[in-house]
Design a protein around this ligand. Structure first.
Ligand code: BEZ
Length: 391
């Protein structure tokens, strides 16, 4: 599949002196899941990316072409598609990657071939920690960044005992690990943990039965996409919601699929770096433009794509013309965007952004996100990342 977006090369009103030197065409390989439990996430990221190119592409002064590949959220498939994008399509930049497992699998290929990768979802901590690379820049979130502050916040609300459940792969393990660190450091106790086979679990009943019998004050989970919809519905139909409140990483009740969860999602409290109800002018403009283009509200996935496109155009506008200079320029990206102040920490190439605690509530137009707290932006610890400073 190949689509072309040609941005205005010279805006009529701009002075030639202010424009960067005209580069060759820039080809972006979008590596996203278009099938499997994360297919809807991939489509939303692509919609956000295309909107970001439309909105900011003129600043880049380049013609931007997009090639898409389906990773199926499977590490071996993601690696094969990355090889194709790099060796056959000879892309200048790759953007996307939804699953932490896929990010782990493609890391060495990206680093070794020196093709800049703008991560537009996968939170794998290692990619901006011990396995960091000057060619990997994250415009989404890291697994620890979203979950660590939620541990303290929940304990501050008086919750003492928590049971955790998550899919058994890198994202589940890292998100729950970070939550547990924050919660136990604040004085909380973990009374049980369950791991469900990723992409294979349809019946959460046996895991919910253990949580119910655990004596927990709350259950904390990470699920996303199709698994989130099934989990939230089963949690409610199992009669758990009335007795043990459900908390989690905010992908659980994403605006992308909260209506599919329906009343079962009401009252769930979660932490995330973006919800469409964030109150700032950049977000109001983004929500309006995305809704007009796609007929639905944007989600955190859409904002990852939108901000990835904005970061790329900022790098091109700063004069980057090839793989090496694009990778370098991405490390200095910063702007006020829909999620608030957004920047890249050049020590790790991870994003720095605020985290929002929100409750899913019923509003006039359906389910919506009520922001309960804004937790300040914090750069992740280097976690073993040792990179030369950005040049
Ligand atoms: C991950 O695998 O990193 C991930 C997937 C979906 C939502 C959030 C994180």
């Amino acid at each position: 599949m190949k689509h072309t977006i040609t941005t205005a090369i010279f805006a009529a009103t701009a002075s030639l002196a202010t424009l960067p030197a005209l580069a060759e065409d820039i080809t972006v390989g979008l590596l996203l899941p278009y099938s499997g439990v994360y297919a809807a996430l991939g489509n939303d990221i692509e919609a956000g990316f295309r909107l970001g190119i439309e909105r900011y592409g003129d600043q880049a002064g380049d013609s931007i072409q997009i090639v898409t590949e389906d990773s199926e959220a499977k590490p071996p498939v993601g690696l094969a598609k990355t090889r194709k994008l790099v060796l056959q399509d000879k892309v200048d930049v790759i953007a996307g990657v939804v699953s932490s497992g896929v990010l782990g699998a493609v890391r060495d290929m990206v680093d070794g071939s020196k093709v800049p990768l703008i991560v537009a979802n996968a939170g794998n901590d290692e990619a901006t920690g011990a396995q960091c690379s000057p060619y990997i820049t994250r415009m989404s979130f890291s697994n620890q960044q979203v979950n660590r502050p939620m541990g303290k916040w929940m304990h501050d609300q008086g919750i003492q005992k928590v049971f955790t459940i998550a899919p058994d792969y890198a994202a589940g393990q890292q998100m729950i690990g970070a939550f547990v660190d924050g919660f136990t450091a604040a004085g909380g106790e973990i009374v049980g943990q369950e791991w469900t086979p990723f992409q294979k679990t349809q019946d959460f009943g046996p895991y919910l039965a253990k949580a119910k019998a655990s004596g927990a004050d709350a259950v904390y989970v990470f699920y996303a996409g199709g698994e989130a919809i099934s989990f939230v519905k089963q949690y409610d139909s199992f009669g758990m919601k009335a007795d043990i409140p459900l908390y989690g990483a905010g992908f659980l009740t994403s605006s992308l699929y909260v209506e599919a969860e329906g009343p079962a999602a009401e009252g769930v409290i979660a932490a995330l770096h973006y919800v469409p109800t964030i109150d700032n002018a950049e977000n109001a403009a983004f929500v309006e433009a995305f809704t007009a283009a796609n007929g639905r509200l944007p989600s955190e996935y859409a904002v990852h794509g939108y901000d990835a496109a904005r970061a790329l155009t900022q790098a091109l506008a700063a004069g980057a013309t090839d793989r090496e200079t694009i990778a370098q320029a991405l490390r200095g990206v910063s702007f006020d965007g829909p999620r608030g102040a957004t920047s890249i920490d050049p020590a790790t190439n991870n994003i720095v952004q605020p985290i929002y605690v929100y409750e899913t509530v019923r509003g006039e137009a359906g389910l919506t996100q009520k922001v309960l707290a804004t937790l300040p932006a914090e750069a992740d610890p280097a976690g073993g990342c040792a990179m030369a400073p950005a040049g």
